[in-house]
Ligand binder design. Structure first.
Ligand code: NAD
Length: 430
């Protein structure tokens, strides 16, 4: 069956409308890209065919893939997985996904630090498809070359292994500064290095922005609000952070990074943007880094008990990656220099969220013809120190100044993510 003949999975937004593209047309530029193209890059990463499978089942894998990626599955490398030896034969892409052909006046040279990480790689996909020249700067501490390897060799793409705590020089028009481990086990692994990355890394990148006159956007975090006494959190709230606790290396690191950013802005006129990102989830998230969404999905897919830390009454809100990337690009191209919250306001208790994940995993398994062997249990363990009780963004500013609102329901994003992890499991890489 040809890829085009397969009926695609329908993804609905908050208003019940089918999502066929992400991005928007605003601020005098078009940044809309087809969802099919993006999905072909992440939903079946390194699209794998299992060596021992009969031709018929290979075709069913292709058909399955085409449900999400339409004709763009043809751009995937179709690497071959050998189950006997648990090894994989990678291939290179024969054709890159289509990118816009921008005139030089519109094509930007964009540096993305941390571009091989979860958020960075999705941002890079989007910027590439939009036709810009993208350089990824990453030391691969938590990121991996595989997240952006589908662009290696593309004339608009460059990847540099470099640690942002060391100075770096490049000519560029925009800098998205993301480099920093974001999950508690990773940023607590070496607290001194984390704060060094936040401080020295941001200092170096701001220095670069000053020299090149590039516009600089930093991805700060809702953690700057600490365990908040104000709910929901708006940008003018100063926060309630424990400066000496185990999370301080990240929280205070980001706070000082913001301070530095505004210092360069006031003293040196650097053109800055500050995004305060709330919990975000999506494909390519490291499944073992202890973040709640990936933890729950992987446990449920494996039929293991799902672990809730605390009594499950603490609340969180979760935003899907495509909404965040929309917001980051909108902010970069707006005139807003104040901090802007980017997050989804749909608030869940962690206990309810665990149940939602369990239901969605079961639904996806049934849709794929697999009856879940049992209903997994939800178990409760003690809460880690300084874990905030409540977190929900006030995104009035983003809506007012960027005309930005999340489009993806938590359910729709979770379904995509479950399919991504499921594919990784079949592939043998999870
Ligand atoms: N994912 C979220 O929910 C979330 C929430 C708030 C803020 N953020 C921010 O967004 C950014 C990206 O987060 P993510 O979820 O993609 O995390 P991630 O760990 O997947 O990505 C971080 C990337 O930065 C790289 N990196 C780390 N230290 C570096 C250094 N010293 N030099 C060069 N590269 C380095 C890592 O290798 C990785 O590729 C971070 O700044 C994070 O603080 C993320």
């Amino acid at each position: 069956m040809s890829a085009q003949a397969v009926s695609p999975i329908r993804t609905l937004d908050k208003n019940g409308e089918v999502i066929t593209s992400v991005g928007f047309q605003r601020f005098g530029f078009d940044c809309e890209v087809p969802l099919d193209v993006l999905r072909s890059l992440y939903l079946r990463p390194h699209y794998v065919i299992t060596a021992s499978q009969a031709d018929e089942s290979k075709q069913s894998e292709e058909t399955e893939h085409a449900k999400f990626t339409g004709a763009y599955g043809a751009y995937q490398s179709k690497s071959i997985f050998h189950p006997d030896t648990q090894s994989i034969s990678y291939t290179t892409l024969s054709r890159f996904p289509p990118v816009k052909l921008l005139p030089p006046s519109q094509r930007k040279r964009i540096l993305v630090t941390g571009g091989a990480g979860f958020v960075g790689s999705h941002l890079v996909d989007r910027l590439m498809i939009l036709g810009h020249e993208v350089t990824v700067l990453d030391n691969f501490f938590t990121g991996s070359k595989t997240t952006v390897s589908h662009w290696v060799g593309h004339p608009n793409f460059e990847m540099v292994r470099h640690d942002v705590v060391e100075p770096f020089m490049i000519e560029c028009d925009q800098i998205y500064h993301l480099a920093c481990p974001a999950s508690p086990p990773h940023y607590q692994f070496n607290a001194v290095k984390t704060i060094k990355t936040s401080f020295m890394g941001t200092l170096n990148m701001l220095g670069l922005a000053k020299r090149t006159k590039a516009r600089f956007l930093i991805t700060s975090t809702s953690e700057v609000y600490g365990d908040p006494e104000v709910h929901p959190q708006h940008e003018d709230y100063w926060g309630h952070v424990n400066p000496i606790g185990p999370r301080a290396c990240y929280d205070e690191g980001k706070r000082v990074a913001e301070t530095l950013t505004y210092g360069f802005h006031r003293q040196d006129g650097v053109d800055i943007r500050v995004a305060r990102i709330f919990n975000t989830y999506g494909p390519r998230m490291n499944p073992f880094d202890g973040r709640v969404v990936s933890n729950f999905i992987v446990q449920a897919l494996r039929g293991e008990d799902m672990t809730v830390y605390g009594d499950g009454k603490q609340t969180r809100s979760f935003q899907y990656i495509h909404d965040l990337v929309d917001g980051l690009i909108a902010l970069m191209n707006s005139d807003e220099t104040r901090p802007v919250n980017l997050g989804n306001g749909d608030e869940f208790t962690i206990g309810d969220f665990a149940e939602l994940v369990r239901d969605i995993v079961e639904k996806v398994q049934r849709e794929d013809g697999v009856e879940p062997p049992r209903r997994v249990n939800i178990i409760y363990k003690p809460m880690p120190m300084d874990d905030p009780q409540k977190r929900r963004p006030d995104t009035t500013r983003a809506k007012t100044v960027l005309d930005w609102e999340p489009r993806w329901t938590v359910r729709m994003g979770l379904e995509e993510m479950v399919r991504y992890y499921k594919a990784k499991m079949i592939e043998g890489s999870l």
